[in-house]
Design a protein around this ligand. Structure first.
Ligand code: HEC
Ligand code: HEC
Length: 171
């Protein structure tokens, strides 16, 4: 009985190691070397990375970790995940739908940020709200990107990771 069980385990293990390379290959096929969600090739990706660092006023290691003396860019970190979600679920959706929100955990605190695009009327701009524990804790209006410019990280961050620090806080 026991050896049968072991055999079953061995078989499923063997199946697993057969499947794994197939999954890895599929991933590699979809993604070209150096391609990121920000750009299509290595050079453009690095350019985008420098621009993001500048927009947020942070170093590369705000989102990437060092192992020994080398930065391991492919390892995921909490800030890297937020940055990815900012780009994919939040900024892109804001552009297409006119409003969007994002939820993330920062220093163990659940945070929700909401953005609404107001492109008509007198008070045009991007309206940002921060919601913590179900309560609105900060609000801010940001200017729309200038004509011909795209809405990107710099539009809202303007060189600061923390957008609301200088904003009026409502408690
Ligand atoms: C605000 C966070 C943030 C900062 C700051 C940042 N990065 Fe990134 N970086 C990311 C994210 C997110 C990805 C993954 C993109 C993806 O999923 O396609 C990434 C991916 C990369 C990659 C590709 C890794 C891979 O998996 O192939 C390189 C190389 C890289 N970054 C270099 C840099 C350099 C150099 C800097 C500083 C100039 C920098 N990054 C600053 C968030 C950041
Ligand atoms: C529509 C406005 C807007 C845009 C565009 C935007 N962000 Fe944000 N982002 C925010 C707000 C608001 C916060 C919360 C800031 C705070 O807590 O003061 C935030 C927070 C973050 C944080 C977490 C900071 C922390 O440590 O708490 C990261 C990382 C981040 N953004 C990355 C990005 C990246 C990368 C881009 C571009 C792909 C981007 N953001 C574009 C509004 C924006």
């Amino acid at each position: 009985m026991r050896s049968l069980f072991r055999l079953g385990k061995l078989v499923s293990f063997l199946l697993l190691i057969q499947i794994l390379p197939a999954v890895a290959e599929e991933k590699a096929e979809n993604k070209r070397p150096g391609q990121t969600i920000f750009a299509d090739n290595k050079r453009a990706s690095l350019k985008a990375m420098r621009s993001i660092s500048k927009s947020l006023g942070v170093k590369c290691t705000h989102c990437h970790v060092k192992e020994g003396n080398k930065v391991k860019y492919e390892i995921d970190t909490p800030n890297k995940k937020i940055a990815r979600a900012m780009k994919l679920g939040f900024v892109d959706r804001l552009v297409t739908a006119g409003e969007s929100s994002i939820e993330y955990t920062h220093h163990d605190e659940a945070t929700k940020v909401r953005a609404v695009l107001q492109i008509k009327g007198e008070e045009v701009g991007i309206y940002l709200t921060k919601i913590e524990g179900g309560k609105t804790t900060a609000e801010k209006r940001i200017a729309l990107p200038a004509k011909g410019e795209t809405l990107n990280c710099k539009t809202c961050h303007m060189g600061n990771v923390h957008i609301f620090e200088q904003a009026v806080k409502i408690h």
